[in-house]
Ligand binder design. Structure first.
Ligand SMILES: Cc1cc2nc3c(=O)[nH]c(=O)nc-3n(C[C@H](O)[C@H](O)[C@H](O)COP(=O)(O)OP(=O)(O)OC[C@H]3O[C@@H](n4cnc5c(N)ncnc54)[C@H](O)[C@@H]3O)c2cc1C
Length: 384
């Protein structure tokens, strides 16, 4: 019997397992897939952006510490996470967009984040090939990118080196005994038990929660990503733009990677998705409008992965009404940047040191919310 079983070896579950093992707990990390961050998990598909600006006020304190941890995480985990820190640039193309960027700069400055207002020559010094339409930018120089799959696998391997047991290739179901957590039943018929079970199963959490009679305002969506062919290095920061579904970066090997919350089509059955051609075309042209150099490139790859989204875009982290069941799910399209610090905070919280920074993510926070609002969120049509 372990102290803690972590279900799900995406970047969140793997980070939690690593920090628990580092803090002396006996841990078992379980995943349906044969490796951490496997298709179609969010951590497999993710863009890997490390953006600290423009965050929700509730996760900003965590983001700030996470940004520092990313600087040394490759060394800490003894792995090449392909982390680079070219900054993040959020641009405005119209006068009304400028007001949005100014407001982001004001609120992030108030929150103590070093953020620079950039225009003209300074803006083009950061990205020389940016669209002529870029009027003003918000620039955070310490932000960057890393490889999500490598990061999840590095956390899992580091957990294993610290003594964690890894059980991959086994779908897990959870038994509850009344209002207490019971056994974890694995696909091969064997079972595991622990004082605490952490559900870090991303999009799959919805069905697992339902099997335990827990209903949360949580849904899943497929999100698509594009990759260009290899180009000369010319884009150091990650880039977003007001009013556009866009995240744009250049990988260390030279491809442009384009995200921006473009929805993929849900698979007819099960939890998976496929790219939508019309969305691929608009995703690409939106990116080329911001970085015209993309017009000379070709699309090399498109993929999609599944993400759990909560009604307020904040994760559900903490204890539930089932004693021993702890949630860490619903990271709503922005869980990668905060993953190292979520791992540290959740491990401490489970091992007895309550973490006030996790309070805004209480799984019970929507109790009493209007049923119609929740129903509308859960049934919102997917624009295919
Ligand atoms: C396309 C895309 C782009 C993104 N870009 C960014 C970005 O630039 N920056 C950022 O910060 N965030 C980004 N995100 C969000 C971020 O990647 C996710 O929030 C994060 O990866 C979520 O990780 P997770 O571990 O919670 O879930 P997942 O990675 O989905 O992992 C869940 C795991 O649970 C396992 N599992 C499921 N059911 C079971 C079961 N019954 N038993 C055992 N195991 C099970 C699955 O196999 C899977 O490995 C992006 C997400 C997507 C989809």
């Amino acid at each position: 019997m372990s102290d803690v079983i972590v279900l799900g070896a995406g970047v969140i579950g793997s980070a939690i397992a690593y920090h628990l093992a580092r803090d002396g707990a006996s841990v078992t990390l379980v995943d349906t897939a044969h490796a951490a961050a496997s298709k179609p998990a969010a951590s497999w598909a993710s863009a890997g952006g490390l953006r600290s600006q423009g965050r929700h006020s509730q996760d900003q304190p965590i983001t700030k510490v996470a940004a520092q941890r990313w600087k040394t995480l490759s060394d800490e985990l003894d792995a090449n996470l392909e982390a680079s820190f070219g900054g993040h640039l959020h641009i405005a193309e119209t006068d009304s967009d400028v007001a949005v960027v100014e407001s982001r700069i004001a609120s992030d400055t108030d929150a103590g984040l070093p953020i620079e207002r950039v225009t003209g020559a300074r803006l083009r010094e950061i990205v020389s090939t940016i669209t002529e339409n870029a009027l003003v930018g918000a620039y955070t120089h310490g932000d960057g990118q890393a490889h999500p799959g490598r990061t999840a696998r590095a956390f899992a391997r580091a957990a294993e080196r610290l003594g964690a047991r890894i059980v991959f290739g086994q779908d897990a179901t959870i038994e509850a005994c009344g209002d207490e957590i019971g056994k974890i039943i694995l696909a091969d018929g064997s079972s595991l038990s622990a004082g605490t079970v952490v559900m870090a199963t991303g999009a799959w959490s919805i069905d697992l929660l339902a099997s335990l009679g827990i209903a949360l305002p949580l849904r899943w969506r497929g999100l698509q990503m594009l990759l260009s062919d290899v180009a000369e290095q010319q884009l150091a920061p990650t880039v977003t733009a007001v009013g556009r579904n866009l995240s744009l970066k250049q990988t260390p090997s030279g491809e442009f990677m384009i995200g921006g919350r473009w929805i993929a089509a849900p698979a007819p059955r099960g939890i998976d998705s496929t790219c939508i051609d019309a969305h691929v075309a608009r995703q690409w042209s939106g990116a080329a409008a911001i970085l015209p150099a993309l017009r000379a490139r070709r699309l090399a790859q498109a993929w999609s992965g599944v993400e759990a989204q909560s009604i307020d875009s904040l994760p559900f982290i903490g204890r539930t009404d089932i004693a021993g069941l702890y949630l860490a799910t619903g990271f709503s399209n922005h869980g990668f940047q905060i993953s190292p610090q979520i791992g540290a905070l959740v491990a401490s919280d489970i091992l007895g040191e309550r973490q006030p920074l996790l309070a805004p993510f209480d799984p019970h926070r929507h109790r009493g919310a209007a049923a119609e609002t929740i129903a509308a969120f859960l049934s919102e049509p997917i624009d295919c």
